[in-house]
Design a protein around this ligand. Structure first.
Ligand code: PMP
Length: 410
């Protein structure tokens, strides 16, 4: 079953054609950020060459073009998440800003002293710290859902944390440190039964699988453009219409108002109410091009291909002496976190870099989950659809050479 040719799609990414330290670049740091296809680079250049303007549609021809391009990108994001309306789509700088927007705008109105907020041990710092700050401000309590030794959420324990004081459950759909895929639909239903709202952090899921926010039934969903083959500095918050309508603005300024006097300001409705000031117009348009690109390949095809590649990589890497995976949940996406006996993670990262192989080594902005496994750092290769079996083979050979003491410079 030929889904698409990864060797051909790789050619769509100019940055992947280069050599690093005299070796062909093998990009396995996709959980940190993804590379951009030519279509995205061209779309950004086209915007600045022909369309650049602030988005005040009526002002003149270029303003109409940029407004249309920006709103078309919003519609592409809506379609990508299967949201009911493009009014449910707010452009932000990234997942971090999206979570802060919800914690501050929604949280300040809806969380009170004695209330509870539930996160999980799997969360990225971006889905911990904004909630901690909100709890400190409001006198609310942060509760943390545990994981088992494979890095899977323990659903029975999760349910025990939910009660009438729970205001919101914030959880990642894919762990950036372990790759665990979480049962977001089940947990959302559980949270709703207890009257809590749900935010899903989709930063690590949308590059790897099709997402349908209506099927999940979450109240908020956030992701970053740069992790899904789009530009940096742009991301998306989806919010349910009924929730966004009741949510006060976060920042004040231009674009988000309907009328201002010194006595009183009337705010726009969603999404403009949450987009104060001149937004990142060009990169929103670039994100639209990235979403078109992945959808032209097909998220289902990408998910199936990556599933097979992850299995291939897991089996091959297990043949490296002294390699232990951290995170062995039955359902994983992209991430292959590991430690190597006799070598510090950072040294493994540096040795791989000398072979042209880019991976992340460190705590991955997810210190609690690494400490859950008694670690401060792991080596973390992470796959995307442009990676091939040859990339995995290069990684495995380099790790074997390192274990045999034959790596360049070791
Ligand atoms: N959540 C998860 C699960 C992530 O992996 C990341 C990025 N590593 C973020 C949130 C934050 O994304 P950004 O830095 O693009 O805002």
């Amino acid at each position: 079953r030929q889904l698409f040719d990864p060797y051909r799609v790789k050619r769509d990414f100019p940055i992947l054609q280069q050599q690093v330290h005299g070796k062909p670049l093998v990009w396995l740091d996709n959980a940190a950020t993804t590379q951009k296809p030519q279509a995205v680079i061209d779309r950004l250049a086209h915007f600045y060459e022909y369309e650049n303007s602030n988005i005040h549609r009526a002002a003149h021809a270029l303003a109409a073009r940029s407004t249309d391009a920006y709103e078309a990108a919003r519609e592409k994001a809506r379609r990508f998440l299967r949201a009911p309306s493009s009014k449910d789509i707010i452009f932000v700088r990234g997942a971090t800003e999206g979570i802060n927007l919800v914690a501050q705008a929604w949280g300040r109105r809806n969380v009170r002293e004695g209330d509870e907020i539930v996160v999980s041990w799997l969360e990225h710092h971006a889905n911990i710290v904004p909630w901690q700050q909100l709890c400190a401000e409001k006198g609310a309590r942060l509760r943390v859902a545990p994981v088992d030794d494979r890095g899977e959420l323990i659903l029975e324990e999760y349910e025990k944390l939910l009660n009438p004081s729970t205001r919101i459950v914030a959880m990642t759909q894919v762990s950036n440190a372990l790759g665990t895929v979480t049962p977001v639909r089940e947990i959302t239903a559980m949270a709703h039964r207890h009257g809590a709202r749900v935010l899903i952090d989709g930063a690590q899921s949308v590059p790897h699988k099709a997402v349908d926010v209506q099927e999940i039934d979450c109240d908020f969903f956030v992701f970053s453009g740069h992790k899904v083959f789009g530009p940096t500095g742009i991301g998306v918050v989806y919010g349910k219409d009924e929730v966004l309508k009741d949510m006060p603005p976060w920042q004040g300024g231009g674009n988000m108002i309907a009328d201002v006097t010194f006595e009183k300001t009337i705010f726009q409705g969603p999404p403009e109410r949450f987009e104060a000031g001149t937004g990142n117009i060009a990169d929103a348009v670039g994100l639209g091009a990235a979403l078109d690109y992945v959808e032209s390949i097909g998220m289902e095809a990408i998910a199936r291909y990556e599933h097979d590649l992850l299995l291939y990589a897991t089996e091959k890497m297990l043949t490296v002496p002294g390699l232990t995976f951290i995170g062995t949940a039955p359902e994983k996406a992209s991430v292959l976190s590991f430690v190597l006996q006799g070598h510090e993670p950072l040294d493994v990262g540096k040795a791989l870099d000398r072979e042209g192989i880019a991976v992340r080594a460190g705590h991955h902005c997810a210190q609690p989950i690494l400490r859950r496994f008694g670690l401060e750092a792991t080596v973390r290769p992470s796959l995307a659809f442009y990676n091939t079996c040859a990339d995995v083979d290069a990684l495995v050979s380099a790790l074997r050479r390192l274990q045999n003491g034959r790596s360049s410079g070791i």
